[in-house]
Every structure is written in C-alpha cells, then in structure tokens.
Write a protein of this length. Structure first.
Length: 464
C-alpha cells in the first residue's frame, strides 16, 4: 500500500520561508502547496492541514482506491472516513485495510474534518475539484441558533467587534455541512498546567547551574544566564516560548519609570521596526526584514529559518503599534530588576558580539537560539530538580506562561487588563491560562459556605 508523507522545505515563491509539502507516489501534491501559498498560514498550521489531508489520502488508498471525487458518494465516503478516524480501523485484532488506526478524540476528528472541508472548498472555488463536504444542507433550528450564538459571542469579545456584520452570521447559520463528525466533544475541568510555584527558585539557581563552575564566584560562569533570562521573560513576563527568541539586543532597555528595571519590547519578527541612522535622512524606521537584508549579510527572520533555528510567531495584541511590538508586563517589578542585573552580566561577559547578529540569545556557535534548543535546556533543568518534563505537570515551556496566567488570577486582574498583559487579540483566549483548578473551586465554595444562608434539613431525631 502506498502512503503519502510530509516534508519541510524552503518555498522559493515566498522568500524561501519554510513550508510543509505533501508527497505522494506522483511527487509533490501541488494543490495543497498552492493553497498554503494563498493562505499564508504559520508552519505549525500548515503541518496540521497536511496531516489531515494525508490521513484522508492514506485512508482512501487503503479502503477506496477506485474513489473519484464527484461520483455521488463523496459525503457517505467522507462520513465513513470520519467514523474510522473516531473509532479506529482495528476490529477483533484484525485490520484488512492495513492502516491499524487506533481511536482519535472528538477534538482531533473535528479539526481534521474542518481542515479537509476548507481545503476542498477552496479546490472547488478554483475549479480544480469538488467540495467533499459542502455547506449545502439546510441547518436545523438548533444548528442555526448555535451558530448565531457563537458568532455573537465571538463578535462581543473581539477588539474589532464594530467591523463584524450580522449578515455573516445569517449566511452561515442558515446552511450547514452535509457530514457532521461522530462523537461528542466533552468540556473538561482539569488543573491548569502551570509551573509549580514552589520550584521556581530551585529551577533558576539549581536547574540552570553549570555543574562545572558551580563553585565559581562569577555569576556568568556559575549559571546559564541566557536560559535564565528567557525563563524570566516567559515566567514573569507571560511571553510565549517563541517570542523571546525574536528579541534583539536593542529591545531590552532601562525602564525610564524604574531605572533599576528593564523594559522589554518584543517586535513582530518580519515587519517590526528598527531605527537606523541614515546619512541623508537622519534617524528613520525600517522593517526588521529589511534591516537583516541590508545590514546583516542577507539574513532572514527566524520565522523563515529551518530546523532547530526556527522560531514561530503566533501573533496577538501589539500594544506598541508604532513599532509593531509587544511591551512585556512584569507580574512583579522585582522580576524586571533581576532581569536587568542578569542581562548586563550576560551582554558583557557571555554573548558573543557581532554586528550582523542582532538577536539577543545566541548559541555557543554564535547562531540564533531556537525554541527547540531552549526546550532541551529547560528539560535538563527540570529533571535536575526532580520534576518530570510533562505538559500536564506544567514543567514544559508553556507551563511558564500558564503560571503567569494563574498569578493574574491571584492578583484579581480583570479580563481586559489580562488581555493586554498576555497580548491576546481576543480576551477569551486567556481563559485556558486563567482556569481555576478543582482545588481552587473547592476552596472558593468552602469560603462561600461560611457566609451562606442556605439551610439543610436535619435528620429527625425520631428516625434514630
């Protein structure tokens, strides 16, 4: 049985930025490559789409090799595919298809169905194919209500709510797709995967300690300052792990409102502004892409790097619009002061100086640090202090940002302020970071019960 595979390559049509391609027995599957070109998705999103399309291709090859889109069975075959994805293809320890799929969660199935439907809709719009799951079935009253409610909820939360038009809700709520994925997505209350607060001190000063130099009185020898600085930005500044990798040396400056602290601006990696001294025009702002091209030997932003040098950019709320940058909000002013101390040591004693390498965090080989390299370093530090490196334990890089979100809860910060602190375009996005744990809910209920006027009947004594 032939199978489709994926690969990451540089796309010459998009300034050689990394892109995900799907490879079949006939070579590169160009329709998907063209779709990615038009959509301009992030690399991680392209991977997700490619995985979904690959699943359908491999399933079709295994179970319906003679299938041709548009033959009148599209919807039923697609429904069968989603059923196999949901429940698996193994029955009584046998799988004639050779796929050997185990079951997938309803969330994975819904996401896969969405990717395939969107891609096939696009193929149909270009005349290159037929929509495999068209939105042409009249929606039930319940489906229309759910769609309209979701649209209104999203509109209310958006910073651009005034730009959303109600007609869009009516258009999509009146029709729905022919095939609905099986299974029901459950709402789960789980403990937010935040880094354990009691282990922070140990992580910084034991986990990131250089064993070879642990008795050295020089802090820049004793500790891995680069990795501690990145940790501080994510933990006490709430940054996503990819964001500090885009920090340039000039982006960390003395805070005018607190000279002992450091103000950090993390710029959009492609179009964020950098100030140069033009011999004719004086000081002017140019994009970071142009700066790297003109003054750094043609280097490119890390969003276009390959392999371990790559760092993504999810985007979000840029609260310094004239520079296209986000201003890191320290959860505690002391964190900014500690950062300034360590930053000055790092720049003076650790970081190799090079005019063509503006990035703040470099490897020992003088190359820009990528997210995977930091993740590896954090894993070693976490294991060193006796923790498991698991997302559910909050000990992976994203657990640092979750801890920041929990601190916002502890401080009683409202949603709008929290949105700016975490740089979310939508205030609802912070809910996953600020979700209460079951223990916190129990404590709140216990405290509320002390002032409760709700009465509970006692057991009548005559029953005893």
């Amino acid at each position: 049985m032939s199978t489709a595979t994926t690969a990451i390559v540089k796309d010459g049509r998009r300034s050689k930025r990394p892109t995900c391609i799907l490879i079949t027995d006939h070579g590169i599957y160009w329709p998907l490559a063209e779709y990615f070109l038009r959509r301009n998705l992030s690399l991680s999103t392209e991977r997700a789409y490619a995985l979904s399309i690959r699943r359908l291709m491999n399933w079709t090859e295994a179970k319906h090799s003679a299938f041709v889109a548009g033959g009148g069975q599209d919807s039923s075959i697609f429904a069968s595919f989603l059923h196999d994805l949901t429940y698996g293809t193994i029955h009584n320890s046998e799988d004639p298809s050779g796929l050997w799929w185990l079951s997938h969660s309803p969330e994975v199935v819904k996401r896969t169905a969405g990717h395939i439907a969107e891609f096939s809709d696009w193929l149909a719009s270009t005349g290159e194919g037929i929509s495999i799951n068209p939105r042409d079935r009249p929606a039930s009253a319940f489906e229309q209500m759910v769609t309209a409610k979701a649209f209104a909820h999203k509109k209310a939360a958006s910073l651009l709510a005034h730009a959303k038009h109600q007609d869009a809700s009516r258009l999509f709520s009146s029709m729905t797709r022919q095939v609905t994925p099986p299974g029901r997505i459950q709402k789960l209350l789980s403990t937010p995967p935040a880094f354990p607060e009691s282990k922070i001190n140990e992580l910084l000063w034991v986990g990131f300690q250089n064993e070879k130099y642990k008795a050295d009185p020089r802090p820049w020898k004793r500790w891995k300052l680069r990795d501690i600085l990145i940790t501080l930005i994510c933990l006490y500044g709430g940054a996503r792990v990819s964001e500090p990798m885009h920090l340039w040396l000039e982006d960390a400056r003395r805070d005018e409102s607190d000279p002992d602290s450091c103000r950090i601006l993390i710029h959009e990696p492609d179009h964020g502004k950098v100030t140069i001294d033009d011999p004719v025009l004086g000081k002017k702002n140019i994009s970071r892409t142009d700066y790297l091209t003109l003054y750094c030997n043609g280097k490119t932003p890390l969003t276009r790097a390959m392999g371990c040098r790559h760092s993504g950019w999810k985007g979000g709320l840029l609260d310094v619009p004239d520079r296209l940058a986000m201003d890191i909000k320290w959860i505690n002013p002391e964190a900014g002061r500690l950062f300034k101390q360590l930053w000055e040591m790092y720049v003076q004693n650790v970081r190799p100086m090079s005019p063509t390498l503006p990035w703040a965090f470099l490897t020992k080989n003088g190359l820009p640090m990528g997210t995977s390299a930091y993740s590896d370093s954090l894993e070693k530090a976490v294991r060193k202090i006796g923790l498991k490196f698991k997302k559910s334990h909050g000990s992976t890089p994203h657990g640092l940002r979750h801890r920041y979100g929990q601190w916002l809860n502890d401080l009683g910060v409202n949603e709008k302020v929290g949105q700016v602190c975490m740089h979310h375009a939508n205030p609802l996005s912070q809910e996953v970071y600020r979700q209460l744990s079951a223990e916190q809910v129990a404590q709140e209920m216990k405290a509320a019960a002390l002032h409760s006027r709700i009465s509970v009947p006692a057991l009548p004594l005559e029953v005893l």
